[in-house]
Design a protein around this ligand. Structure first.
Ligand SMILES: [Zn+2]
Length: 124
């Protein structure tokens, strides 16, 4: 299967590749839609549910932004599954982007961008 030409098809293709290359323990639902003004500041985000997580992406962004956001948010899904706290209880400062998060996000980006993931994901 070649790399999908339509933007939304390509995003879904890369999501299926992520499920293969960096499997999540629970199902992750992908929702691509026009986000609210508050949501748009994030470009995308993950809502953690009891049995599945929902990854929201802003549909009006260019493909490269949507893919970068998808890779980033996937790292959040994996961090959450490993029990990394979403917030620090004492300072209430967000710890979403801890050193461990960036290790995970970096591994995903390197595999996608530099280790053949762009081409490989065309098969998903
Ligand atoms: Zn983040």
């Amino acid at each position: 299967m070649p790399i999908a030409k339509r933007k939304l098809d390509r995003v879904k293709q890369v999501k299926r590749w992520l499920e293969h290359a960096f499997p999540a323990q629970r199902p992750v639902r992908l929702v691509i839609r026009d986000l609210t003004p508050i949501e748009k500041k994030l470009l995308g985000y993950v809502s953690y549910g009891a049995t599945l997580d929902t990854l929201y992406l802003h549909s009006m962004q260019p493909l490269y932004v949507m893919l970068a956001t998808l890779l980033h948010e996937w790292a959040h899904v994996l961090c959450r599954e490993e029990g990394l706290p979403p917030r620090q209880s004492k300072s209430r400062e967000p710890t979403f982007h801890s050193a461990l998060f960036w290790q995970k996000a970096g591994a995903i980006e390197v595999r996608f961008l530099e280790a053949g993931g762009v081409k490989e994901s065309g098969s998903f």
